[in-house]
Design a protein around this ligand. Sequence first.
Ligand code: SAM
Ligand code: DTB
Ligand code: SF4
Length: 327
Amino acid sequence: MLIRDMEYIKNLYKKPLLDLIYKSASVHRKHHQSDEMQMCTLLSIKTGGCSEDCGYCSQSIHNSAKLEKEILLKTDDVLEKARKAKDSGSTRFCMGAAWPKVLDGKAFDRVCDMVKGVSDMGLEACVTLGMITQKQAIRLKEAGLTSYNHNLDTSEDFYDKVVTTRTYQDRLDTLKNIANAEISVCCGGILGLGESEEDRISLLHTLANLDPQPESVPINTLVPVEGTPFENQERIDIFEWIRCIAVARILMPKTMVRLSAGRLEISKEAQALAFMAGANSIFTGDTLLTTANPSENEDTALLETLGIKPRPPYKSDEQVSKKTQTV
Ligand code: SAM
Ligand code: DTB
Ligand code: SF4
């Protein structure tokens, strides 16, 4: 479709900002309830010691960030955290492991148990475990997984300035394996890595042309972690960030656009503008995987001020919504 053409996206991206927001806000209102926000909770189930060399990441063995490494958590401890997340209003529970890829064995069996437990609570279950085969993805699907997060991070051209231990194609192959297992794809990127406007447009072009389009797109802004090659990286201009959110909303009307890493440094006013432009999902809770996030109280207060309420789980997923009725 013409809408996903690179020239079209470029023109969209370069529109006068307020016209762009007006357009994306209109698209948003056709496909979503503008007074609803998806609340997600993130938990690092295995922290640090990862062999990939992602330049932004505190968990890579190639970087020297200060970090308390942790082996894979116990299922019961994870489920207790999931229960707490549910009690405090979250509807999606995302579990992240610092693995380059999934290996069959006891650890993966345990992650499948965690997914089953989270899903049985009526929460949307999401994991991010690195590269995965279709067969492994099918096991997660059978355990009740809603969504698998696997980010492209940036444009194909800029990718090797950020990661060298894997290729863009490796990421695309995993995304295909997830989609083939009929798990919804959560795929986004990081803004503020020093990429150009062209790189951002190219990332949006790739995301919008994934088939099927991602069910959710996390928009991370770089958290410059001390001890990583990006520790002194200049922050992205906040209006460039808004542009990306608006273009993502227009190109992927049904997708959940999630404000992910970096929200702590973004003003309430800018976040409100991002919600206006079509962002409709956030991570709540003090910590993301290893870095800080706004406190739950701050987020609750902001949403109350804006008249936005939490969105029910499984709303856009017909398959799982049948399941919710039985929970
Ligand atoms: N190891 C798995 C992988 O890379 O697919 C999953 C965990 S990884 C930490 C999940 C995502 O977090 C990355 O793809 C990246 O987009 C984001 N991320 C990690 N560190 C970040 C940082 N310092 N700032 C912003 N986003 C970050
Ligand atoms: C995503 O795109 N962002 C989340 C989630 N997917 C797993 C992770 C953000 C991590 C930020 C850095 C940290 O806390 O270590
Ligand atoms: Fe490993 Fe994921 Fe961090 Fe890359 S982003 S170093 S794959 S944990």
